[in-house]
Ligand binder design. Structure first.
Ligand code: PLP
Length: 411
């Protein structure tokens, strides 16, 4: 009889988004006339930049010719894309990252999860709370945790709370951690890190021989030119960090799929015997065996993000979503709610009115305003008492949602 990976049984059965769907379905069944506005999901709504679609159209044409056809590409990505990324995203910002330290992939979701393939089973893991659920669930699937308690916290993981009280800056781990997941700008809180904050984590990692898994999927939304976009803006991070980036949110590639992971050649881990091993080499090996690269057409589309036209179009997209975030922030503040995030990230993190928990506030918005948010408690125990609203929507929908909220009794 075939055995399954029984660690999947440890997962709390798809708690957050299925429960949201269940409540929406029940509401829609009672109110079929209701026109729901979804500010819950982190998918983009605006079309791809023209520079990207033009480049992809040209690439498709080329694929239909004998001279322009491309079969399997390099598993790590085409050199011209890796080079464009290294130059624009890193070297121009003073980071010493080379093209061959960049691994092109079809998504940061897969990369943040697959990275566990090259890491041991006995690392002590720290995650923030609230957290992007993929980091936690991947560790559960890999058998790195115990079962979850009533609040959804898994045994064996160290949770670092992010709350208004600590200004959404996680405390350093109270007991030593080997592997630390950080996400800036943060999903779901919308918080952003200063250089000093990144330095604090790099110092911790170096003094504890730990590895930071740094998710910068939202870096393009940073509005303040003084703030760092990459953990590699802290020089010593080359010895203790892996960075994940994506074209999904900044260039609308959620359905097109292209991302990348940066693994410095200077980064090493240890075998059980204590021998140092290059993580760059392990990941190269892993990708060569388990991945056949991102399509040529899509990589040409991603490359166009770095053209002059692409840069201007991406900047317009980001401004569009950040204007949405400002509209959401202003309206919620006008209604007397405490509002966080939304200034360097496309997510607004709202404190629920005192009398309500996350799900009650979710229900109130659904029933009174027909607006769908995401209950903070779904991202972790410390997310209780908050709700996430996403700025990824059309202007019309965002404005309509805010007009509806103004008519609600939110307290
Ligand atoms: N990382 C974070 C923090 C995210 O919020 C998301 C998507 O919502 C991703 C990664 C996934 O990115 P991708 O579309 O590249 O898989």
């Amino acid at each position: 009889m075939v055995r399954v990976n029984s660690y999947y049984q440890t997962l709390r059965a798809g708690y957050l988004f299925p429960e949201i769907q269940r409540r929406i379905k029940a509401f829609a069944a009672q109110h079929p006339e209701a026109d729901l506005i979804r500010l819950g999901i982190g998918d983009v709504t605006e079309p791809l930049p023209a520079a990207c679609t033009d480049a992809m159209a040209t690439a498709v044409e080329a694929m239909g010719t004998r001279t322009g056809f491309h079969g399997y590409g390099p598993e790590q990505g085409y050199h011209w894309l890796r080079q464009a990324i290294a130059q624009h995203d890193y070297q121009q910002r003073g980071c010493a990252i080379e093209a061959d330290e960049i691994f092109i992939s079809d998504g940061s979701k897969c990369d943040t999860s697959n990275i566990l393939d090259i890491l041991g089973d006995d690392n002590r893991i720290a995650v923030t709370d609230p957290v992007y659920p993929v980091y936690v669930d991947s560790n559960v699937m890999a058998g790195h945790t115990g079962p979850a308690n009533d609040q959804g916290c898994y045994g064996g993981l160290q949770y670092l709370p992010l709350t208004a009280d600590n200004d959404f800056r996680a405390p350093l781990p109270a007991t030593p951690a080997d592997l630390i997941y950080l996400c800036f700008p943060n999903n779901p809180t919308g918080a952003v890190a200063t250089r000093a904050e990144l330095q604090r984590w790099v110092d911790y990692a170096r003094s504890h021989d730990a590895l930071i898994l740094f998710d910068a999927a939202y870096e393009a939304f940073i509005q303040d030119s003084e703030l760092p976009h990459s953990i590699f803006e802290v020089e010593e991070a080359r010895d203790c960090a892996i960075e994940f980036r994506s074209f999904s949110k900044k260039a609308g590639f959620t359905g097109t799929r292209c991302a990348f992971t940066v693994i410095p050649k200077t980064l090493s881990g240890h075998t059980r015997n204590g021998d140092a091993v290059s993580l760059w080499q392990l990941w190269s090996r892993r990708q060569s065996t388990k991945f056949n690269g991102v399509s040529y057409v899509v990589q040409r589309g991603a490359e166009a993000v770095y053209s002059a036209a692409g840069q201007a179009q991406v900047a317009r997209l980001v401004t569009f979503y950040m204007d949405n975030a400002a509209i959401i922030r202003q309206q919620l503040q006008r209604l007397g709610l405490a509002v966080y995030g939304g200034q360097h990230a496309p997510y607004v993190w709202v404190k629920t009115p005192a009398s309500m928990n996350s799900w009650q506030f979710f229900d109130q918005l659904l029933h009174q305003a027909h607006v769908v948010g995401t209950p903070g408690a779904g991202f972790g125990a410390a997310g209780e008492g908050y709700l996430r609203l996403s700025a990824f929507n059309s202007r019309g929908q965002v404005e309509a949602a805010m007009t509806r909220l103004a008519r609600c009794k939110l307290q």
